[in-house]
Design a binder for this molecule. Structure first.
Ligand code: SF4
Length: 323
């Protein structure tokens, strides 16, 4: 059997932000992404999960080159991003696409469905004639579950779910190898979410695509991911296969996310009166484990030393002093 090919490799990626606090000259550093590494294999889906503000969208944006990392490496199909020349950027943008959370704001309200997809084709000079472009656009919209009678409609005439289908068709127009989906269903009605996820899964099989699927919800990622990275405040705290994360998970935070699928009350957030963002920033930059203030299993070592991500079984990594 042939070895699986690594399509994307992220190595020791870091992105820090600094800002001066009010009436204070001292800079406050937020470690949005702090030494994150993972690999994505061709034809697979890598799920990136964690609560809002954990750095998963920042990683997605670094992968599509919307944000520059402070350090670390991103290697796509053997090409290190730091070696990419200006002239090769269009080709990279074509191969690595991103679908965003809010489909309405991701589409230009002045463009019809036809114009939206045609724009992507024109930018990358993918069709020689208008007849070729029309045929390609009709095929794409049929692939995502829309039909040609809707081609002259504007985004405002579509539902949220239909707009997300248009965003997916737009991403597919340039024949990418990898698509980063950033919370693609969280802005949609629950009844629509499963339909969009089914479409995303069908497209992967039909077109042999590789995905990174970002979500705050382990229940959503469950149906689509081959491997999953659980993130907490800028770091991956557990990484493994579907089975490692859902059946044999070891990190207390993974357990918290799994509990949240059953009952949102189980998320042990700090008291409502505390400024939550402030709380996260303090714990993010603490000397010990960032999850310590919320962890029911914390020991004294947890507040003094950051746990390293260790391989506990083949391909299953956990960052916790108890493991
Ligand atoms: Fe909890 Fe300590 Fe493990 Fe962090 S290192 S998750 S605080 S037990």
């Amino acid at each position: 059997m042939s070895e699986k090919k690594v399509l994307l490799e992220v190595k020791n990626l870091k992105k820090y932000y600094s800002k001066s606090l009010y009436l204070n000259t001292k800079k406050h550093i937020t470690k949005a992404v702090d030494d994150v590494s993972f690999s994505v294999y061709e034809g697979e889906t890598f799920g990136l999960v964690g609560e809002s503000g954990c750095g998963k969208t920042t990683i997605g944006k670094m992968i599509v080159k919307l944000i520059k990392p402070d350090s670390g490496e991103i290697v796509f199909d053997g090409l290190n991003f730091s070696d990419i020349k200006e002239k090769d950027l269009p080709s990279l943008h074509r191969n690595v696409q991103m679908v965003f959370q809010d489909p309405h704001s991701a589409l230009d309200p002045k463009f019809t469905l036809f114009e939206t997809i045609n724009e992507a084709l024109k930018t990358h000079k993918l069709c020689k004639t208008k007849i070729e472009a029309v045929a390609k656009i009709e095929r794409l919209i049929s692939l995502v579950g829309l039909n040609s009678s809707q081609l002259q409609k504007y985004p405002s005439e579509f539902s949220g779910g239909q707009c997300q289908r248009i965003s997916i068709a737009k991403a597919l127009a340039v024949n990418p190898q990898l698509i980063v989906f950033d919370e693609p269903v969280s802005a949609l009605d629950v009844s629509i979410q499963a339909q969009i996820i089914n479409t995303i899964v069908e497209l992967q099989h039909k077109l042999k695509l590789t995905y990174i699927f970002i979500s705050h919800n382990l229940a959503v990622v469950k149906y689509i991911s081959d491997k999953i990275g659980v993130m907490y405040l800028g770091k991956i705290v557990e990484l493994g296969t579907f089975d490692d994360i859902y059946t044999h998970h070891l990190h207390p935070y993974t357990q918290t996310l799994l509990d949240a699928i059953l009952d949102l009350k189980h998320i042990s957030k700090p008291q409502q009166s505390i400024d939550y963002e402030n709380f996260l920033n303090k714990t993010r930059n603490s000397n010990g484990c960032s999850f310590c203030p919320r962890c029911k299993r914390a020991i004294s070592r947890c507040s003094e030393e950051v746990p390293k991500l260790k391989e506990v079984a083949a391909g299953h990594f956990v960052a916790c002093h108890l493991i």
